[in-house]
Design a protein around this ligand. Structure first.
Ligand code: DC
Length: 230
């Protein structure tokens, strides 16, 4: 790494380990951690609490109007532990993992105008300092000029097992088969949507994490960062 890059992107499907690895990398480098999924979750939470009819009606233009109306009440703060999101004086944390948010977020993230809005926020935040940007389209759409891009993958079975163990540790009871079914359905939805489908960004280094621990993935990334000179 000749100079410290302003943006490093890490993309991949659910359960590929990108969130864990992105956090470790941001901490290691002292970078901000830009978790794009958190922004989609925050906007979905906004609709769940402020305009649930917009969600249940499934009308994208009404959802967008509602989001635009309430957007000024949000504040976003970047740190190496992730984004701190507040709505008015309320700090949003567990709210973003509510089952209702979980269920609705992919529909909200499929609206092109919502994606534009989120992408503008991401670019603005990245302008404040160096970041590790994590998500589904960071290297392909939002930061295509990033000098270092990584795409983490793993088999659906391995990803389902990771999610299953995560949820079990949190006391959520689901079967591994159920998680595997959900992961496959989500892969299909995320890769086939018309706007910014999940894909390997041009120039990205693909890392199959199926047989690797997060520490091993981090080591591969650091080796790449410190041995090459883009
Ligand atoms: O990574 P996550 O589970 O917090 O993401 C939440 C949702 O947002 C998920 O359904 C995919 C979507 N998302 C997206 O469409 N594009 C991104 N860059 C990040 C997340």
């Amino acid at each position: 790494m000749k100079e410290r890059p302003r943006v490093i992107t890490i993309d991949g499907p659910a359960g590929s380990g990108k969130t864990t690895v992105a956090r470790m990398l941001a901490r290691h480098l002292g970078y901000g951690l830009l978790e794009s999924g958190t922004l989609y979750r925050a906007l979905t939470w906004l609709l769940v609490t402020q305009d649930p009819e917009a969600l249940s009606g499934g009308d994208p233009s009404r959802m967008l109007r509602s989001i635009q109306e309430h957007l000024p009440r949000f504040s976003f703060e970047l740190g190496s532990e992730g984004l701190r999101i507040s709505f008015g004086s309320r700090r949003l944390q567990e709210e973003l993992r509510l089952p209702e948010v979980e269920r609705r977020v992919s529909a909200v993230a499929a609206i092109p105008e919502v994606r534009n809005l989120v992408n503008d926020i991401l670019k603005r935040l990245a302008g404040k300092g160096p970041v590790v940007a994590e998500g589904r389209d960071m290297g392909s759409v939002v930061f295509p000029e990033a000098p270092y891009k990584f795409f983490l993958s793993a088999s659906p079975e391995v990803r389902a097992r990771r999610r299953y163990l995560e949820w079990r540790a949190k006391g959520i009871s689901v079967s591994e088969e159920e998680v595997l079914r959900d992961i496959k359905a989500r892969d299909e939805r995320d890769s086939s949507r018309s706007t910014a489908p999940l894909s390997i960004p041009e120039g990205a280094r693909v890392i199959d994490t199926s047989q690797l621990s997060p520490q091993e993935v981090l080591r591969v990334i650091l080796r790449e960062l410190f041995s090459s000179h883009p």
